[in-house]
Ligand binder design. Structure first.
Ligand SMILES: Nc1ncnc2c1ncn2[C@@H]1O[C@H](COP(=O)(O)OP(=O)(O)O)[C@@H](O)[C@H]1O
Ligand SMILES: [Mg+2]
Length: 160
């Protein structure tokens, strides 16, 4: 099992992005969006106000080819968006009380048939696939943000 885990680790890649402004967030979202397919999971990590909803908004705009209203799912916990190839489920688990609620809000269905984007994914980690994309956002010294993307190795050539 140890060897398998190590292989899993080694077969992932990691990239760093400097996101000095919203326009650079859109550029990163436009790189990722065309390669998303049913079953993909994107975990968005980072503190309140770091840009998780902003990134999701840019991702949805890239998929739609135009700006779409993307409210934060802080209170609804999940919002969904229909695209020709899949439904995108945008979760925000910040206000989730326990992992038992994940079924009620449709996580299982999202994982099996959609593209799943999660803010505050920590409560759901046990249920999320090991080949999730994980985008870790952090604050920079100035206005902008830093991003660290962890993804299956197959994504490396797609994002370069
Ligand atoms: N790369 C960035 N550079 C500058 N400001 C950003 C960047 N990303 C997000 N913001 C700003 O940060 C604020 C909070 O973003 P939001 O996406 O709501 O954070 P979160 O969903 O992580 O709580 C918004 O006003 C947004 O415009
Ligand atoms: Mg948010």
């Amino acid at each position: 099992m140890m060897g398998w885990r190590m292989f899993q680790k080694m077969s992932r890649f990691q990239a760093h992005y400097n996101l000095p402004d919203i326009a650079s967030v859109a550029v990163l979202a436009q790189k990722i969006a065309p390669h998303l397919k049913r079953g993909d999971v994107l975990q968005l990590e980072g503190d309140l106000g770091v840009g998780k909803t902003t990134f999701t908004r840019a991702l949805i705009a890239a998929l739609a080819g135009k700006e779409i209203e993307v409210p934060s799912p802080t209170f609804t916990l999940v919002q969904q968006y229909e695209f020709p190839a899949f439904t995108l489920y945008h979760f925000d688990l910040y206000r989730l009380k326990n992992s038992g609620e994940l079924l009620e809000i449709g996580l299982e269905q999202a994982l099996s048939e959609g593209v799943t984007v999660l803010e505050w994914p920590q409560l759901a980690t046990d249920f999320l696939p090991a080949d999730s994309l994980v985008l870790k956002l952090s604050f920079s010294s100035g206005e902008g943000r830093q991003a660290e993307l962890h993804a299956p190795a197959a994504w490396a050539p797609l994002l370069s």
